[in-house]
Design a protein around this ligand. Structure first.
Ligand code: AMP
Length: 453
């Protein structure tokens, strides 16, 4: 199947080429024809499936005809990061169409947003709060909107935005095409869908599960051992870009600081940062300046950074849905990725729920011993074994970074305080080559999480 079957206008076909998309993803195959036909859509699809292009491309096609300089499409998204992401995707896909878009969200000045809208845009991508502010201020109106997209509706509900959404609906014309996307369908979203959609086409792409290209592994670890386990894994695993999730803003900030001190190119993305700092962190992660981004769930939905090789749930997420979205940050668009989850005793209940939703047990890793000290953690991953350990002991010293990883810095600090120890039992696994070790980690399905804490 190819994009040519949709008969897109050459200006939109150019946008598809600019994005390097060759074949439509399953959701695009199903949703694009229905949207081109003007139908409402109820899209049950998780992030990472290509759903942005699934709605943007046909909407652009439909907007080629009709007036310019009026807001004709409104896309509502729960987070600033997601709004920015959708806006930047539109900019790419619409480059040759002359259609213009703007992202509207709080935490930044209203004036530039007003100026941009007044300069003439046809598409607004907005977070609910700031959009309502503008509507109440009568900065602009939505009387000419033909297409409404409610993206990640379940997340908007989680964030308490449903009342705002309902208020926004009052500013829109009744005659319009409405597309609602949600990874899950809680009761409230089902009601919202009934209210806003008119005889919708239901497009369902797999039930809320991380994409099949992501290997998931669970590590049993007590709270106070997480940092040691994290450093151990990071030292031994070949990681490109790594996204680490914590439960609170404070923990994100503090973990990023500790990793930075340990020599990793790490930063944090969390709600305590100004919008400018959030953008800096995100851009730095995108361009590779930071190899590690420690984030709270606000980052889970909006980040579309290609090439995230690892997602680490340093804290288990509070909901199954959040797990799906966090893990969905890797393995995007058919790439492979690894998702590691650190779980302690208290997480037993939510882990059970996650596994029930996945329909299978997550692979356990009982190989990693989090009691390993940081000197051992910073040994070169390819050179374990007793002989190599002796060699490594001699070379424990601060060194430069490789792939954003410190080579020996942790070892130096640990070495200053205590005697370096020979490898513990689990280092038997280390005598294998790195690739083999990773494979072993992935296939270790035995054991119950809390049998051997
Ligand atoms: P989304 O679910 O919209 O967040 O998209 C996930 C990722 O898939 C993004 O990086 C998109 O650029 C990418 N993507 C979307 N459609 C395609 C396609 N047809 N072929 C390859 N990559 C795609």
């Amino acid at each position: 199947m190819s994009f040519t079957q949709f008969d897109f206008n050459p200006k939109i076909a150019a946008g598809i080429r600019a994005c390097n998309y060759e074949t439509p993803t399953p959701i695009q195959e199903k949703a694009i024809p229905a949207i081109l036909d003007g139908r409402d859509i109820l899209g049950l699809a998780q992030t990472g499936t290509g759903k942005t292009a699934a709605f943007v491309l046909p909407i652009l096609q439909r907007m080629l005809k009709g007036p310019r300089g009026k807001i004709r499409t409104l896309i509502v998204a729960p987070t600033r990061e997601l709004a920015e992401q959708i806006n930047s995707d539109i900019t790419k896909m619409a480059r040759q169409t002359g259609l213009r878009s703007v992202a509207i969200y709080g935490g930044v000045g209203k004036l530039p947003q007003i100026k941009k809208i007044r300069s003439g845009v046809e598409i607004v991508v907005a977070c609910p709060g700031r959009l309502l502010d503008h509507l109440r201020d009568k900065t602009f109106n939505l009387a000419k909107v033909e297409h409404l997209v409610l993206d990640e509706a379940d997340h908007m509900f989680d964030m308490g935005f449903l009342p705002d959404i309902k208020r926004i609906l009052n500013f829109l014309p009744g005659e319009r095409q409405t597309l609602l996307f949600s990874a899950t369908m809680p009761e409230e979203i089902r009601h919202l869908a009934e209210e806003v959609l008119n005889n919708p086409v239901r497009v369902q792409i797999a039930h809320s599960r991380p994409t099949a290209t992501v290997s998931q592994v669970l590590f049993s670890v007590e709270q106070n051992r997480k940092m040691t386990l994290l450093k151990d894994i990071m030292a031994k695993t070949d990681m490109a870009a790594t996204l680490i999730f914590t439960r609170t803003k404070y923990r994100a900030e503090s973990l990023a600081r500790q990793l930075h001190k340990a020599g990793y190119a790490a930063t944090s993305l969390q709600g305590n940062l100004s919008q400018l700092k959030r953008q800096k962190a995100l851009n730095g992660f995108k361009c590779g300046q930071f190899k590690v981004l420690v984030a709270t769930d606000i980052a889970a939905r909006g980040i579309d950074v290609s090439g995230i090789s690892h997602v680490i749930n340093y804290d288990v997420p509070a909901t199954v849905d959040a797990y799906t979205h966090r893990v969905g940050r890797t393995g995007r668009a058919s790439r492979t990725g690894e998702a590691f989850t650190f779980a302690s005793r208290e997480d037993r209940k939510i882990i059970n729920q996650i596994e029930r939703s996945l329909g299978k047990k997550i692979n356990r890793n009982n190989d990693h011993d989090p009691t390993v000290d940081s000197a051992a953690s910073s040994l070169p991953a390819e050179q374990p074994g007793k002989k190599m350990w002796n060699k490594a002991k001699k070379t424990l010293r601060p060194a430069g970074r490789k792939n954003g990883r410190p080579a020996g810095r942790g070892a130096a600090s640990a070495g200053a305080g205590k005697q370096a120890q020979p490898p513990a039992r689990h280092h038997k696994a280390d005598s294998r080559q790195k690739g083999k070790r990773r494979a072993a980690m992935m296939t270790d399905t035995s054991g119950n999480l809390f049998l051997n804490p």
